[in-house]
Ligand binder design. Structure first.
Ligand code: NAI
Length: 339
């Protein structure tokens, strides 16, 4: 494809705004021409600051616009499945943020729709696959660098927001495992060669946000996942770290071990003074994965233009939801659960 890919974005919130800026100013081979949000102020900002000309409050009109080739969906998780299906029915390429859906049946419906529109790209935003260090780790494993990988220990830990702003989204996010650990679940499958998960066990606690008890959620959660063939994964998710955002993953193999993202250091600056020796911490996922968000969107555009094939599939997203849901059930039942 030589012509520019015309893209529309739905959802201009916390993450949508970041994707929109990348599409407007940094991603090659595309033009951000359209935006959709029920919030008028977000559309005004897209027009004023990003030069977007086609503005929609209504998703159906947005997705059926014949003058866009692809849509990027950064909307609340509960809307993902229906919106992806609508986009494919309108013959658009589609990128959707993680998780694909909160239920396995919805993920499978999306997979069926994608098979019926196999000439369209359908991609889920597992951004860590586009982070240089994670990609390096995966390549090293493929080359046999750590022998046979059999254990992944991975965590997604957010800086405590004392305002508890995330509590507004918590009831519809699917809970801490579907919202945060879903990234670690996908990473574990990717690093271990996509084995089938068989059984999980979860336990969690509320360290700060007591309001989560009413919705059966926790602000610190642990989980163990067993896979066919003997591989295991251990996940930890937190919303209450005092120092910064700390995404970290360890992959242990028969001939070595890999560690991605040790600690939360923002850069290589070390400050030594009367208080001791310290480093400043990464504030949030936007800062940690700024480059990966850009590479991810470039991969989507390149795939739509026929210039790259994506290794990441919708079925990967379905399996991440399947495991995440089993972990969430285990948190509630306090028993091991089959996947
Ligand atoms: P948000 O609540 O800040 O933004 C949601 C946006 O969707 C808002 O602009 C809202 O006006 C818009 N919206 C609501 N209903 C809509 C509709 N019917 N049609 C079109 N737009 C609609 O949420 P946030 O944090 O930006 O999350 C959005 C998605 O991104 C979620 O699925 C979340 O799981 C995912 N996410 C992924 C991350 C990653 O690391 N890959 C990090 C943060 C969020």
């Amino acid at each position: 494809m030589t012509s520019t890919l015309r893209i529309g974005i739905a959802g201009l919130g916390r993450l949508g705004r970041r994707h929109a800026e990348n599409l407007a100013f940094r991603v090659r081979g595309c033009q951000l021409v359209s935006a959709c949000s029920p919030v008028a102020a977000e559309l005004d900002a897209a027009q004023r600051e990003l030069g977007v000309t086609r503005l929609h409050a209504d998703f159906d009109a947005f997705v059926r616009d014949p003058d866009i080739d692809a849509v990027v969906l950064v909307t609340p998780t509960a809307l993902h499945a229906e919106q992806v299906i609508a986009a494919l029915a309108a013959a658009k390429h589609v990128f959707v943020e993680k998780p694909l859906a909160l239920g396995v049946a919805d993920c499978e419906r999306v997979e069926r729709a994608a098979r019926a529109h196999a000439d369209r790209v359908a991609m889920v935003g597992f951004v860590r696959r586009f982070d240089a260090s994670y990609a390096h780790a995966r390549a090293h494993i493929e080359q046999g660098g750590i022998g046979r990988p059999f254990l992944v220990r991975s965590q997604t830990c957010d800086l405590l927001d004392p305002s508890g702003a995330f509590l507004k989204f918590a009831p519809t996010s699917g809970g801490i495992y579907m919202d945060c650990s879903v990234h670690d679940i996908d990473l574990a499958r990717w690093m271990l060669g996509s084995p089938r998960a068989t059984r999980v066990f979860a336990s969690g606690t509320i360290a700060v946000h007591d309001e989560l008890a009413a919705i059966g959620d926790v602000d610190n959660g642990l989980a163990i996942v067993e896979f066919d063939g003997g591989a295991r994964a251990v996940f930890y998710a937190s919303r209450t770290f005092a120092h910064g955002h700390e995404t970290q993953t360890e992959v242990i193999g028969t001939a070595g071990k890999l560690l991605v993202g040790a600690g939360a250091a923002r850069d290589r600056l070390q400050i030594a003074d009367a208080h001791g020796v310290r480093q400043l911490a990464v504030a949030d996922f936007v800062e940690r994965f700024a480059d990966a968000f850009l590479h991810e969107m470039q991969a989507f555009v390149d795939a739509c233009r026929g210039e790259q094939r994506l290794a990441l599939t919708l079925n990967d997203a379905t399996e991440a939801t399947r495991i995440g849901q089993a972990i969430t059930r285990s948190l509630k039942s306090a028993m091991p659960e089959s996947v």
